[in-house]
Design a protein around this ligand. Structure first.
Ligand SMILES: [Ca+2]
Ligand SMILES: [Ca+2]
Ligand SMILES: [Ca+2]
Length: 598
């Protein structure tokens, strides 16, 4: 009971913060606009001149007067960079390479309708993009149930689990023996067989973009990312020179401070990915390892902040290679290009350091709990993995957002709105445990398995190959979900098959030759993409080898011999959807590409 009151207090507190900071109208925040400039505005850093004046000075007379009158009309003021200048010169240069320095925010009249302003400012043809701040929401906003003392006592008596964690027997999502008495088909991610293959993930950093993870939870504390320079450094000093002072475990972007505030949503997600295994307490986690071999989780507390994009930039700049996201924009079809730009930064720049497990990053999103076939951003973005939720019976949960753009299904439970025991059991703040459900809980299953796969194949796998391995062997659940065919992604993720993907024991053995390096990738272009009747593969060098086309769950659809610079592949009789193309030459070089057939 004490715990419940604590959480009630926490959620009231965070709600208050969000209410205080922002007023939204139709999913768009009042009082602020974002611009992307066409070129760099401020060459010199003359701080005595306001950025607004610099912007005006940079325009010709006619444009200047047009913009000035708009700014006056809408009380525009306080122009500043959306992605603040990094105090670290090499990071700042990297950010510039991706155009992040071109994004600015402008405060405007609180009473103006932002959508009208976007139209007015866009019409000036001064900016590359004009957009607002769209509302973002957690996909489980507070439905959870704490374990009761009686449950803790009963579960603790079970000692027949894969690990000695007392609650593992209740984690049907990992290993479903029909604990919940649910038929027809007990669903799980085949984790016990997966753990037979791989348990260690200590060299993988996962970033959790959410509220705060309870970094002191006894079942999580050994698997929290630690910035050693700050841990052993001087308080109040940016010891590693990354632009953030005392960022020991991550950053609180809401308050721009190093102190993250533990929240049920982020803490529950962290437990699914990486609660410590075989430590004799609580739950098990997919990539939790034991005795310090678990995944390293970075906590990025940003929800309600206007600066979501910075969390991706921070994650990529500080070592994360897999990004966990259980949030969506507030309204279907809406998205911010600035946020997508930041996600792209992570996809390209993550792992760009000596000894990193993978060059580039994998970004995983939940699909949302709208219970409909709608377009939810950022999950629907083709360069991220979108995960929807099923219950312990392999059926799509009622709340799950489903669509042709979904990539995978994973357990999230049926119990979101009643917070009951059919949901997922994991860690909660204040050293406790509880049930929560939703697509929020499905996405971290994919992240956890991804961390294990990446740890097994580090240095020998690209982000796209990692994605393909996760889809590989996903179990088709159409038979349990009539009416939702092709709208639950590749199917239910299977940890064992994902981990087996690159091993020599199956057909994919030549997918990447043992020990071949990702530097051996063939350079080529696949176009047009999306394709309707055919696509072409163009290579700078003469290509002598094989083209294989796979379905999204890893089944070989067809293969072609290739012996030229340009190859043309007809797809007119293909079903619409996503395919993977593997091109392998006779020297053992290869590359994986994704193509959408429309
Ligand atoms: Ca620092
Ligand atoms: Ca410090
Ligand atoms: Ca444990």
């Amino acid at each position: 009971m004490k715990n419940s009151l604590f959480f009630l207090f926490l959620s009231l507190f965070t709600f208050h913060l969000s209410a205080q900071n922002a007023v939204f109208e139709n999913g768009v925040r009042k009082g602020i606009l974002k611009f992307k400039l066409k070129t760099e505005l401020i060459a010199g850093q003359n701080e005595s001149t306001s950025k607004l004046d610099l912007l005006l000075q940079s325009l010709d007379v006619e444009k200047r007067e047009q913009l000035r009158s708009k700014i006056t009309k809408h009380k525009g003021r306080n122009l500043k960079r959306l992605f603040p200048r990094s105090t670290n010169a090499s990071l700042e240069n990297k950010h510039k390479k991706h155009g992040l320095h071109l994004w600015y925010t402008l405060d405007v009249d609180e009473s103006s309708t932002i959508l009208n302003l976007i139209e007015e400012f866009s019409a000036l043809s001064i900016f590359d993009i004009v957009e607002g701040f769209y509302e973002k929401k957690l996909t489980n906003d507070g439905d959870y149930k704490m374990l009761t003392d009686k449950e803790i006592k009963t579960f603790s008596m079970s000692n027949n689990n894969y690990f000695n964690d007392p609650f593992l027997g209740q984690q049907w999502n990992f290993h479903n023996t029909g604990q919940l008495g649910i038929s027809p088909s007990p669903a799980d991610i085949n984790m016990y067989a997966g753990w037979d293959i791989q348990q260690n993930a200590s060299d993988i950093i996962v970033s959790i973009h959410d509220y705060g993870v309870d970094v002191n939870h006894p079942d999580l504390q050994n698997n929290i990312w630690v910035n050693e320079a700050e841990l052993n450094g001087t308080p109040g000093v940016d010891d590693d020179g990354n632009g953030y002072i005392d960022d020991v475990n991550g950053w609180n972007f809401r308050e721009d401070s190093s102190g993250v505030i533990p929240h049920f949503h982020a803490t529950h997600i962290a437990g699914i990915i990486g609660a410590e295994n075989d430590n004799g307490i609580g739950v098990s986690g997919i990539a939790g390892g034991s005795n310090g071999t678990g995944v390293k989780m970075m906590t990025l507390d940003w929800l309600d902040s206007f600066n979501v994009g910075m969390s991706y930039v921070y994650a990529a700049d500080n070592g994360a290679v897999i990004s966990q996201n259980s949030w969506t924009f507030g309204v279907p079809d809406l998205y911010e290009q600035s946020t997508i730009d930041a996600i792209n930064y992570f996809i390209i720049e993550a792992g760009n350091y000596a000894g990193s497990p993978m060059k580039g990053g994998l970004v995983v999103f939940c699909t949302g709990n709208d219970g409909a076939d709608v377009v939810m951003w950022p999950a629907c973005y083709i360069n991220v993995l979108a995960v929807t939720s099923i219950g312990a019976d392999s059926k799509k949960a009622d709340y799950s957002t489903y669509s042709s753009w979904v990539d995978l299904s994973a357990p999230g439970g049926h119990g979101i709105f009643i917070g009951d025991t059919t949901a997922v059991l994991s860690t909660m703040p204040n050293s406790s445990y509880g049930y929560a459900g939703g697509t929020s809980m499905a996405a971290p299953h994919v992240v956890g398995v991804a961390a294990l796969v990446l740890s097994k194949y580090k240095h020998h796998i690209t982000p796209l190959e990692l994605e393909f391995s996760l889809r590989y062997g996903a179990n088709n659940i159409d038979q349990y979900n009539p009416g939702y065919e092709n709208r639950l992604g590749s199917g239910l993720i299977d940890a064992q098959k994902a981990l087996d993907f690159l091993s020599s024991s199956n057909d994919s053995s030549s997918f990447r030759k043992n020990n071949s390096s990702v530097e051996d990738e063939i350079e080529l272009t696949v176009y047009p993409n999306p394709a309707s009747s055919e696509f072409k593969i163009y290579s700078e060098e003469y290509l002598d080898g094989e083209i294989r086309i796979y379905s999204t769950n890893g089944q070989l659809v067809t293969s072609h011999k290739v012996n030229s610079k340009v190859s043309e592949i007809s797809v007119s009789d293909y079903k619409k959807g996503l395919y993977f193309i593997k091109i392998i030459d006779k020297k053992g070089k290869s590359i994986l590409k994704k193509i959408l057939v429309e």
